[in-house]
Design a protein around this ligand. Sequence first.
Ligand SMILES: Nc1nc2c(ncn2[C@@H]2O[C@H](COP(=O)(O)OP(=O)(O)OP(=O)(O)O)[C@@H](O)[C@H]2O)c(=O)[nH]1
Ligand SMILES: [Mg+2]
Length: 458
Amino acid sequence: MSTDTIAAIATSLSNSGISIIRISGENSLNIIKKIFITSYEIKPNNIIYGKIKKDNIILDTVLVSYFKSPKSYTGEDVCEINCHGGNQITKEILELVLENGARLAEAGEFSKRAFLNGKMDLTKAEAVINLINSKNSTQARIASNNLEGDLYNKVKELREELILLLANIEVSVDYPEYDYEELENNKIINLIDKKIIDINNIIKTYDHGKYINDGVNVTILGKPNVGKSSLLNLLAKTEKAIVTDIPGTTRDIIEERINIGNIILNISDTAGIRDTEDIVEKIGVKKSIEKIDETDLVIYILNCEDEIEDKDIEILSKIKNKQINLIVVINKVDKKDKLKFDAIIKKLKEIDIDEVIQMSILNKTGVEELKNKIEEIFYSNDLDFENELIITNQRHKDLLKKAVNDLEKAKIQILNNEPIDIVSIVIKSASDSLGQIIGSNVSEDIINKIFEKFCIGK
Ligand SMILES: Nc1nc2c(ncn2[C@@H]2O[C@H](COP(=O)(O)OP(=O)(O)OP(=O)(O)O)[C@@H](O)[C@H]2O)c(=O)[nH]1
Ligand SMILES: [Mg+2]
């Protein structure tokens, strides 16, 4: 591991009250002593007033804090210079620090050192990135809980239980004269089953976690002129998409990211679906239909002035068959004709669609019902986002799945009376997968990939 001293600006570069230049490594204090003039003694865990001096020029009046190894973020000697916020002065001080022996830190290098020095496990490091990147309070709470060690503790507990199980299995290998075999096997299978349930319960939270982190992909579909682009504009509160009364106005997919409550929606407005000879529109329609396969939710809009057509029924049935979340909106109810409306409802019932949301997008009615419905689908009531362990990270999910697969395999081996030392290899592999979540036995490659996602200065 490199032990050189690194430095970077830890705050964002803009005009602000203060900026922080962070230095970590065995040379930190020496560098400070070369550039910092103070009448106070520099002691660990103290913040000291003084001036930064380059040659004979005072660059800034600052506060310097010193954290002595191992009691620091990185586990190394760390000094932080709190200078006045502002591009110029912050950069000048950083340059001075670099001239005096530090190297510019890479993205995430402080946190990587913290991990390598055993100051935090990988789940906490990953929570740091999530906390910095969070866009709403739910994301922030989940990240903060994992920074407190929720995921770490759970994985550690599961891993210890598997190691205990391994120990028990190995006892029965060592003392085969005790003829407990059948009893033991049942006991082991029960224990494995319990662990599989525990791990699967964590895996299940991933979809919600993913929605919280990356957002829900929503596609607005329907025939031309039903009000798809109007809905996008209304939800996004901008005139993002062109709206006219000419059917076939939208030709390409228009995307917008919006927040409703605590949910991020990645909304795609699409070209109205119809048979057309227009080459450009034809490509747009093809794209609209293809979008169905990569979406978490379709909002399908019908116009209450029109009759429902075979094409509508065909596409709605396709969405239902693929078990994709679906909300049917009947728009333009400001022009509602009861007979036509009832006919639409009747046809929808024939394909098992009983629930619709009535809207007048023009008059902004029905928006709350629509938002509530989206929240109902994606903001699961049975998950307590503030307090429950929720995973949001694909790496965690993949490793948990790998552990479950190994445990399932071990069960089959036991049922087939395969030698117990073979079973124990597979259980050991499950326990290793859990270990990788918190950072034991992870390859340098994976570590580098994780920390590359950090910003410089963290
Ligand atoms: N009366 C009424 N008109 C509406 C309503 N919503 C949209 N419109 C009008 O319907 C027309 C078509 O709206 P758009 O949002 O462009 O429809 P679209 O589904 O995106 O159409 P394409 O892009 O052609 O597929 C426009 O003139 C809108 O002003 C509504 O609730 N009531
Ligand atoms: Mg449109």
